[in-house]
Design a protein around this ligand. Structure first.
Ligand code: PLP
Length: 420
């Protein structure tokens, strides 16, 4: 396969951010739910999609649906060009050195499973230690547990401070030659904590430890530069980044990806197959067996082009203000306890209210058109460490407004009157 050059098709013109204009681009936001205007605060679960993404999917299926890489015809060439351009768009988005380091997956979960099943099986041995933070989503715990079981290695949790941040002193104490891997999220989906990934990578390098970063909750909120972070692998999902479901990304350092065995076997990932033996394709195709999610990749690129056409600094500031506003408003609610008070937090307001159950709050908020998430947020070890069954989580996105926060707290006041 030919080298894939990195180019960026991201818009190179002055960017601006006007929340009302952005909202107008997201059709699903403009509807009533249970007789109330929708207030969508479940963005950490999945974001809504802008017209640019919906149109890109429709254009592909209406106009040039075809399989990639193997067709000797116009439509296949067109689909292949768009699919590989999407890879270059993702590559530029996270500042990868080369587009070959972008592997399409179904999402963050599959990306982490891929690393565990390939790099993990090749490199983890009996007695080795895998460090994961206590903040992790189950998808960044269970694959390592399964690997550890198979290899007789050990998964050790990184303790947290009371504010829900990784305890860096405890972390440093855990570092020794037995630790082969650290896996942690860039932003916690349950508390919103932004982890000091760059600092952790620098410490890990002193011990030659490989670092996996789960960026599922980061990429939509602030610019990510994988080279600057110094990590070895970075994973994220398209659907939390205004893109389609079913598509995600694994980025890895080239020398690691080159040395890893394939994950799945079949078409596309081979160089030559014969009954006397099979050789494998080069990056990135070595990891992409079978027909990929072509529409998903094209839709994800459309989401990235859309997002990067906006002023991202202004988006960071806007989301920061929404969170600060929610924290202020929460002070007026008796018995509300914010869970996770990290100094650096992105887009998530997690809380419990004395004498109430999170599930009841979520259900009654929904009756007023407010969509939040309740429960353990696929982070049961975290909830256990906090001594909580779960929390209510309002998660903000660039298209939310202070009016959304007002509606949410007005609805919450009514809910609490009913529940108390
Ligand atoms: N990691 C984090 C931090 C998440 O928030 C999520 C989803 O909520 C995942 C991983 C799993 O992502 P997906 O279900 O898209 O694979």
């Amino acid at each position: 396969m030919n080298e894939i050059a990195v180019t960026s098709n991201q818009v190179d013109k002055p960017r601006s951010f006007d929340v009302e204009k952005v909202r107008a681009d997201f059709p699903a936001l403009h509807q009533e739910v249970n007789g109330h205007p929708l207030v969508y605060l479940d963005n950490a679960a999945t974001t809504q999609k802008p017209n640019a993404v919906i149109d890109a999917l429709v254009d592909y299926y209406r106009g040039y649906n075809s399989n990639v890489h193997r067709g000797a015809h116009y439509l296949s060439d067109k689909a292949t060009a768009a699919f590989e351009e999407a890879r270059r768009t993702v590559s530029a988005f996270i500042h990868s050195l080369a587009a070959e380091q972008i592997i399409w997956t179904r999402g963050t979960t599959e990306a982490i499973n891929l690393i565990a099943a390939t790099w993990g099986r090749q490199n983890i041995q009996a007695g080795d230690v895998i460090l994961v933070s206590t903040l992790e989503h189950h998808s960044d715990i269970v694959p390592w547990q399964m690997l550890a079981l198979e290899k007789q290695a050990k998964v050790v949790p990184l303790p947290l401070t009371t504010s829900g941040e990784i305890d860096l002193n405890a972390f440093t104490d855990l570092l020794d030659s037995r630790v082969k891997l650290i896996s942690l999220n860039h932003v916690s989906n349950a508390l919103g904590t932004v982890n000091p990934v760059k600092e952790i990578c620098a410490l890990a390098k002193q011990y030659d430890i490989t670092v996996v970063v789960d960026g599922a909750q980061a990429v939509a909120h602030f610019p990510v530069d994988v080279q600057d972070l110094g990590c070895d692998f970075y994973a994220f999902s398209g659907h939390k980044l205004y893109g389609p479901t079913g598509i995600g990304v694994l980025w890895g350092r080239r020398e690691l990806l080159d040395a890893m065995p394939p994950y799945h076997f079949g078409g596309e990932m081979i160089e030559r197959v014969s009954f006397s033996g099979t050789t494998f394709n080069q990056l990135p195709y070595k990891f992409e067996a079978g027909t990929p999610d072509i529409a998903g990749a094209i839709g994800l690129a459309a989401a990235i082009v859309y997002l990067t056409s906006l002023d991202r600094k202004a988006i960071v500031q806007h989301e920061h203000e929404l969170l600060a506003y929610a924290i202020e408003k929460a002070k007026n609610i008796d018995g509300l306890v914010r869970v996770g008070t990290a100094e650096h937090a992105a887009g998530i307001f997690s809380f419990v209210v004395d004498g109430t159950h999170p599930a009841d709050i979520g259900m009654l908020l929904d009756q007023q058109g407010v969509a939040v998430r309740t429960g353990h947020h696929c982070a049961q070890p975290l909830m256990e460490s906090l001594g909580l069954p779960g929390t209510v989580r309002a998660s903000f996105s660039m298209y939310n407004t202070k009016a959304d926060v007002d509606s949410f707290f007005n609805a919450l006041q009514k809910v609490l009157q009913l529940l108390r």
